[in-house]
Design a protein around this ligand. Structure first.
Ligand SMILES: CC(C)(COP(=O)(O)OP(=O)(O)OC[C@H]1O[C@@H](n2cnc3c(N)ncnc32)[C@H](O)[C@@H]1OP(=O)(O)O)[C@@H](O)C(=O)NCCC(=O)NCCS
Length: 330
């Protein structure tokens, strides 16, 4: 019989087993899965915050873990929502393991008085097991992104060609940093992050927007800094007004991948090739700080035509789709 229960992240052998199962289940159907590293996951579960609760749950067959779930919910906003990730290794599938974990999730959500379930995962297409499983439970696809990769080190000839066609940056200046944002830019960077959250397409996913404050940004940066080096390039007009930024994450632990995260150009400053200049400057930072990473990953909404074009210019190749799904109980 399969039973599901919360595991103690401080119990090292149990945590290791839970993590190995999560990793195997999450990577099995995906050519380009990005799974949080063992170190980053252990840190995140053993050092809780007041922002979000993350509960590791195992499905057990006797003493053996046969499926893993991460059950998460935010504590200061989005109070009706929980996020679930359920991963079952191929050898344990189709015998009710996923269903047992889902039953745990719905019971806990009910105790918490939360009714919105969200999940997201990468897959080749809608016939993937995760999709069949989730839609069978009643989840609906609310947003789809392309998942792209480009090999590293970045092709220098392509960069040179991009620099040439981009030309000189006129009317703006760029500032780059690796790690923690310099204090004089904190407020501006926080405001840009809020603008990004407002502008980025998220389809029909329910999401209460929480503005970034300097305090929230500093807490987030300090936490991320332990496991990731953030590479940021910010654009300002010549008189110092913010115009945009781009953000990349390099996992600290030896990892094969780097992640191109946000890129934003504020509406008034679009159409000046700023997106390309920002990315070029941040790729210079990547060349300086890269260690073991051999792939740069990024995700772009299918509906985001300008960013799709920029990605193509930078040589990104689509590898799979990334699906965001939601289900409201009741
Ligand atoms: C999705 C996943 C968690 C399902 O785990 P599982 O233990 O096989 O799930 P269950 O055995 O409880 O399956 C429940 C039902 O889902 C459906 N289902 C699951 N996988 C399916 C598949 N490959 N093809 C068709 N139906 C499938 C079936 O209706 C199944 O019931 P049945 O076996 O009685 O027909 C597993 O395939 C997985 O880890 N995939 C990769 C990670 C992922 O995409 N997770 C997304 C969900 S958050």
């Amino acid at each position: 019989m399969i039973t599901a229960r919360e595991i103690d992240p401080y119990n090292e052998p149990l945590f290791d087993e839970w993590y190995a199962v999560l990793r195997e289940g999450a990577s099995a159907d995906s050519e380009a899965a990005i799974v949080t590293s063992h170190e980053a996951m252990a840190f995140s579960l053993r050092d809780p915050t007041t922002v979000k609760t993350r509960v590791p749950v195992g499905a057990f067959d006797g003493e053996r873990i046969v499926g893993s779930m991460l059950f998460e919910y935010r504590l200061q906003d989005n109070l009706d929502t929980v996020e679930v990730e359920i991963d079952v290794p191929p050898a344990e599938r189709r015998r009710g393991v996923g269903t047992a974990l889902w039953a745990w999730a719905t019971a806990r959500a009910e105790e918490l008085g939360r009714t919105i379930f969200q999940t997201e995962f990468g897959a080749a297409d809608e016939s993937a097991p995760g999709m069949v499983f989730a839609t069978g439970l009643g989840f609906k696809v609310e947003h789809v992104e392309d998942h792209f990769v480009v090999p590293l080190p970045y092709d220098e000839a392509r960069l040179e060609a991009l620099r040439k066609t981009a030309g000189e940056l006129d009317g703006y200046r760029l500032t780059s940093w690796a790690g923690i944002c310099p204090p004089e830019y904190l407020q501006m960077y926080a405001d840009l992050r809020t603008a990004m959250d407002r502008d980025v397409p998220t389809g029909g996913m329910t999401h209460e927007l929480v503005p970034w404050t300097v305090e929230r940004l500093q807490i987030n940066q300090d936490r991320m800094f332990k496991n990731y080096l953030a590479l940021v390039t910010m654009a300002q007009t010549m008189d110092g007004a913010p115009a945009g930024y781009t953000l990349m994450f390099l996992p600290r632990e030896s990892a094969e991948f780097a992640q191109q995260d946000d890129t934003l150009v504020l509406r008034d400053h679009r159409g000046h090739n700023l997106g390309t200049h920002l990315k070029l400057a941040n790729l210079d930072q990547l060349a300086k700080h890269r260690s073991t990473q051999v792939w740069l990953h990024t995700w772009t909404s299918l509906t985001n035509a300008p960013m799709q074009k920029v990605n193509e210019r930078f040589g990104f190749r689509p590898v799979e789709r990334y699906y965001e799904l939601e289900l409201t109980a009741g």
